[in-house]
Design a protein around this ligand. Structure first.
Ligand SMILES: Nc1ncnc2c1ncn2[C@@H]1O[C@H](COP(=O)(O)OP(=O)(O)OP(=O)(O)O)[C@@H](O)[C@H]1O
Ligand SMILES: [Mg+2]
Length: 554
């Protein structure tokens, strides 16, 4: 059975420049159009066949029979003597995709061009399928070319690209790891160096004190004590800055209006900056409240100003401003790892030397400094970064060499009532203790006895416990406790659990937490409760005594 090639076939063939390349060389015989196209198909390198599609009841193609094939068909398919045979018999595993596609062409008359694998024939094909002849005959012309070699090449290229990408990713990961190790090395080296010096200052002074006391030479001890205290304070500030960087510093978040806070620092800043530097402060009107640790915010602003001062050795301008900003998703993403929303921005700008892109990229690393030995520890910005992150905000550097620097500190807006402020307590002269009973829960014997001694000395009555359960037992007794002072990291029950139980048993009981390390055990909201405060170790005895008195008098 033969099927005359219609004008449609001719049109399709003519339009298929890419597939009908070989046709140019054919000597076209004289005769009818059909004769000429048959000769052309014979001479084609591409395969061509006319098939009769077999449909199911739902008009879906389920098989096809070969009506006509050209000379290249056998070489392009590997099928011999196909005419009159059904594809399902020739290649039982042929993909259903082929039947369905040809079925669609036969039913709709739509011409389809596609590439598809034919696993049963071990090839990939580039195909054009178009309806020929009477639509009721369900005959389809298929012009096709085996492209498995191109496909194999493409797949190989893709595999190579994937392998290369994987290699690059691995190299990046190694680089990141190496950089991390470098930072860790820098960090441990820096700590070890600074800490050993500080310990030397403390232990050396203590040893001399002991020796002089044994020899009865006690008139010159004050100087040694001051030396040891100085070293200890510097050690405390070092651990504080490290904890700040690692976002583990115990924060005491309060709702804060940054404008009065900055204004209250102006005097101190002018003194630290000297007369060469012109300081200007501009606070936005109706600045939103934010929630953060006021002392840390002050320390961050002071550090930024000192950095700015160091960047302007001759003279210059320093500008501190506050503003309300709303970050959309794109801006928040650019700042890195914070959500879109409302923030209070504090910007510190200087007209100093600026930073190179390399310095900008490293500025937040702990112990990264470009300052001469002894002049900078390289912890200022890393601490500010840690503080900003721990407070739910971000810090960003905008700087270029010779153009000056702006550091933007973003802190999340706080919506709600301003909380009471306990910072003024430091300046209150404590009223003497009036025999109140304080429960002290602390597992470190040395610290517990120091606290007990200090408080008894102030006239308080003391009850002590070395762990959580012992503390709880006292709370369950009938003793009339006025204040609970508890460490947070305790064996058995932690300080928070003790305090929770305490406030259940004795609603309204005042609690002072002590800690040297921020623990997830304590949330911001707990610290915002009235009657609950936090003091960070190491603390000055004077401060401790004042804060205790402040709580009891509140
Ligand atoms: N305002 C600024 N202008 C130019 N460079 C700056 C500025 N602020 C910081 N830098 C650069 O970033 C580095 C790191 O600053 P960072 O505050 O962390 O440490 P430091 O000031 O060197 O030492 P530390 O603050 O611990 O005393 C600085 O050494 C300096 O090179
Ligand atoms: Mg600094």
């Amino acid at each position: 059975m033969t099927c005359p090639l219609t004008a449609k076939v001719k049109g399709e063939l003519a339009s298929r420049g890419s597939l009908v390349v070989a046709a140019y060389d054919i000597a076209v015989p004289v005769g009818t159009d059909d004769d000429r196209y048959r000769a052309l198909l014979r001479a084609l390198d591409d395969g061509f066949c006319v098939i009769e599609v077999i449909l199911d009841d739902a008009q879906r193609g389920i098989d096809y029979r070969f009506v006509e094939v050209n000379a290249a068909f056998e070489q392009q398919t590997g099928l011999t003597n196909a005419i009159g045979k059904c594809m399902r018999d020739l290649a039982p595993d042929h993909e259903t995709h082929w039947y369905e596609t040809y079925g669609r062409v036969a039913v709709t008359g739509q011409t389809l061009r596609f590439e598809h694998r034919a696993d049963a024939l071990g090839r990939w094909y580039e195909v054009i399928a178009f309806r020929v002849g009477d639509p009721a005959a369900r005959t389809v012309g298929v012009l096709f070319r085996d492209v498995r070699h191109r496909k194999a090449h493409e797949e190989e290229m893709q595999a190579r690209v994937q392998a290369r990408t994987a290699e690059l990713e691995q190299a990046h990961a190694q680089l990141r790891h190496a950089q991390k190790m470098e930072v860790v090395g820098q960090l441990t080296g820096g700590i070890a160096h600074d800490f050993n010096n500080l310990l030397q200052g403390i232990t050396g002074s203590l040893e001399l004190i002991r020796r002089y006391i044994r020899q009865g030479r006690i008139d010159n001890l004050e100087r040694l004590i001051e030396g040891a205290m100085g070293s200890a304070e510097r050690a405390a500030s070092l651990t504080h800055r490290l904890l700040a960087f690692s976002r583990r510093q115990p924060l005491d978040p309060r709702t804060i209006d940054a404008n009065p806070l900055i204004a209250s620092m102006e005097e101190l800043l002018r003194r630290s900056l000297g007369s060469r530097i012109n300081l200007e402060v501009h606070g936005a009107e109706n600045l939103w409240l934010t929630l953060c640790d006021a002392n840390q915010l002050e320390s961050a602003i002071l550090n930024l100003c000192i950095n700015a001062r160091d960047a302007m050795p001759e003279e210059g301008n320093l500008y501190i401003s506050s503003s309300n900003v709303v970050l959309d998703a794109g801006e928040a993403r650019r700042l890195g790892d914070i959500g879109p929303g409302q923030y209070v921005r504090i910007a510190v700008s200087d007209t100093g030397m600026g930073m190179s892109p390399d310095t900008v990229s490293k500025a937040f690393e702990p112990f990264f400094t470009t300052k001469p030995l002894g002049q900078g520890t390289g912890l200022g910005l890393s601490m500010i970064y840690g503080f900003a992150r721990q407070s739910g905000g971000q810090v960003q550097i905008d700087s270029a060499l010779g153009r000056g620097t702006t550091i933007n500190l973003y802190l999340p807006r706080y919506i709600g009532e301003p909380s009471r402020c306990n910072r003024a307590v430091d300046t209150i002269e404590p009223t003497p203790a009036s025999n109140e009973l304080v429960l002290v829960v602390e597992d470190d014997d040395v610290i517990r006895s120091l606290i007990v001694e200090t408080l008894s000395d102030q006239g308080y009555r003391i009850c002590e416990a070395a762990d959580g359960p012992a503390g709880l037992a006292v709370l369950q007794s009938r003793r009339d406790i006025d204040l609970l002072v508890t460490d947070i990291g305790l064996p058995g029950l932690n300080g928070r659990q003790v305090a929770d139980a305490a406030r259940l048993l004795r609603p309204g009981l005042r609690v002072m937490f002590m800690t040297g390390y921020a623990q997830s055990a304590l949330s911001d909201s707990e610290l915002l409760e009235p009657g609950v405060e936090l003091i960070t170790k190491p603390f000055a005895i004077d401060t401790f005594v004042r804060r205790i008195r402040g709580m009891l008098d509140a």
